[in-house]
Design a protein around this ligand. Structure first.
Ligand code: NAD
Ligand code: UGA
Length: 468
């Protein structure tokens, strides 16, 4: 018989647990959602007017649901004890490598700790759902932990329901997902049906796909690997463009118009960042190695190496244009988040670029519309930082005043709308723009008198030669 879901508990009030539970609560007003976390400051922020994460549209929905069918709490045992369905949305960071060389293991300690809490505190017939991204067969670890620590007569069902939201568009992705994947072991059909019915309240039936547990777990890792691979592929092509005098914008458009290729995820950049692509690829490489699939591990490892090379080449081009010794040179940095639409700076390529420029003696004036000052300082904290080397600015013009060069490191739309004539007047001449995301109008900038470097476009300032 399909179990009836009346109370849901989500362990982990982060970038996934918070938005996912909030949107589910809005779509299922008759179900109570408790989001719990061991981080009391985070829970306090969810209960305040300043949410711990920025996502467009999220604060409004939290405001509507909180106190109705959505609550945030640190009382994990109590919320787990009342729930028919427990979502595990805790972080699964990269663990410490050891043993074989490539990739890195996933640290599953938080997942395992949660499974023990569920075993101890949950009802005897709860459904336990992996929302965190995990290596294949983690479901087995959870099921085993539940069996080992739970009461002998408990009938826990474990499902995999990986999350595919992107930061910055989380609410839209959750309301209109391309697909919802529900994986389960043999015998979990009723539990799968209960979760399917919950999503079916707002997701069209044909977009809800049920499959085996290991397939669901692998679908998540493979999706991120394929997306990251596309970014590395277009960035590899951008390097060729810079060398031969082609334009990556034209090449990407030309390739993307082939319906078999498609235009998404072909934006050239200074490399991909964020909390997941890197660690999930490392996890896939590690998994492949541990299965003895060395060629497969090397294949995916190359996606990571290409990403590192892209960021390194970007810095080399700047050094060629400005000279390797940047002692005292003021450089404006526009954008610090790992992508537009978020305040998240985990693995942001902007930090890598900034650190290298600081190490060469540059003075940086950084502006990001969403990232708080302290977060920028923390990410760039380095013992060798001299006085006045780092300044966080309130707007783009403040950052550009007195600068020799301005670098666009996050593709915030507002940077394309800057009054570049005013910026040119504020900067030291000859002023240089360096566009790491190809969002500025190079020709208009050149007409204003800027020297211009763009990712994926030849520049006589930054590259050896144009054309073959
Ligand atoms: P996060 O770091 O933002 O949040 C995780 C939360 O879990 C933290 O608040 C932490 O305090 C809490 N937590 C950890 N261990 C706990 C425990 N034992 N008990 C209670 N609370 C605990 O992480 P996130 O970005 O939300 O990612 C969570 C998972 O979802 C990861 O596996 C990630 O790979 C995956 N994922 C993330 C995204 C994304 O956009 N960030 C998208 C899809 C999937
Ligand atoms: C990514 C996936 O898109 C989500 O489906 C997945 O759920 C999530 O990871 C996760 O598992 O955490 P996210 O990291 O939020 O989402 O952001 P993306 O839009 O995928 O961008 C990732 C990075 O790639 C960013 O640094 C972005 O600037 C870069 N990127 C993306 C490019 O350089 N070019 C592109 O064309 C697209």
């Amino acid at each position: 018989m399909t179990p009836r879901i009346q109370r849901v508990c989500c362990i982990g009030a982060g970038h996934v647990g918070g938005p996912t539970s909030t949107v589910m609560a809005a779509q299922c007003p008759d179900i109570q959602f408790a989001v719990v976390d061991s981080d009391a400051a985070r829970i306090a922020a969810w209960n305040s007017d300043t949410l711990p994460i920025y996502e467009p549209g999220l604060a409004e929905i939290v405001g509507r649901q909180r106190g109705r069918n959505l609550c945030f709490s640190t009382d994990i045992d109590a919320a787990v004890g009342e729930a028919d369905l427990v979502l595990l949305a805790v972080n699964t960071p990269l663990g410490q490598p050891g043993g074989h060389g490539l990739g890195g293991p996933t640290d599953l300690r938080s997942v395992e700790a949660c499974a023990r809490v569920v075993a101890r505190a949950a009802r005897r017939s709860a459904i336990v759902v992996e929302k965190s991204t995990v290596p294949c067969r983690t479901g087995e670890l959870i099921a085993r932990t539940l069996r080992h620590y739970g009461p002998a007569d408990a009938e826990f069902q474990v499902l995999s329901n990986p999350e595919f939201l992107s930061e910055g568009t989380a609410v839209r992705d959750l309301l209109q997902p391309d697909r919802v994947i529900i994986g389960g072991l043999a015998g979990s059909e009723d539990a799968q049906e209960a979760l399917r019915a919950l999503y079916a309240r707002w997701v069209p039936a044909e977009r809800i796909v049920t499959m085996g547990m290991w397939s669901a777990e692998l679908t998540k890792l493979a999706s991120n690997a394929l997306l990251a691979q596309r970014v590395s592929s277009i960035n590899a092509v951008s390097a060729v463009c810079e060398a031969v005098g082609a334009d990556i914008a034209d090449v990407a458009r030309g390739c993307g118009m082939d319906s078999r290729i498609g235009s998404e995820f072909l934006r050239p950049s200074i490399g991909f960042g964020g909390s997941c692509f890197y660690k999930d690829l490392m996890g896939l490489v590690w998994l492949s190695e541990s299965l003895g699939l060395h060629d497969v591990a090397e294949y995916w490892d190359q996606v990571l190496r290409m990403n590192d090379a892209q960021t390194a080449r970007f810095v080399r081009r700047i050094a060629r244009a400005l000279g390797p010794d940047l002692d005292g040179a003021q450089i404006a940095i526009l954008g610090f988040a790992y992508k537009a639409g978020t305040s998240d700076t985990r693995n942001t390529p902007a930090a890598l670029v900034c650190k290298q420029l600081l190490a060469r003696g540059a003075r940086l004036a950084v502006y990001d519309p969403k990232v708080p000052e302290q977060q920028i300082c923390d990410r760039l904290a380095t013992t060798s930082l001299a006085d006045q080397q780092l300044r966080v600015c309130a707007d783009a013009y403040e950052a550009m005043a007195g600068a020799r060069a301005v670098l666009v490191l996050t593709p915030w739309a507002e940077f394309a709308d800057i009054d570049w004539a005013r910026a040119h007047r504020l900067m030291v001449q000859p002023a240089l723009t360096v566009d790491g995301h190809r969002i500025l109008d190079d020709r208009a900038l050149e007409q204003l008198g800027f020297h211009v470097i763009s990712v994926g476009v030849h520049s006589s300032l930054a590259d050896d030669k144009g054309g073959l």
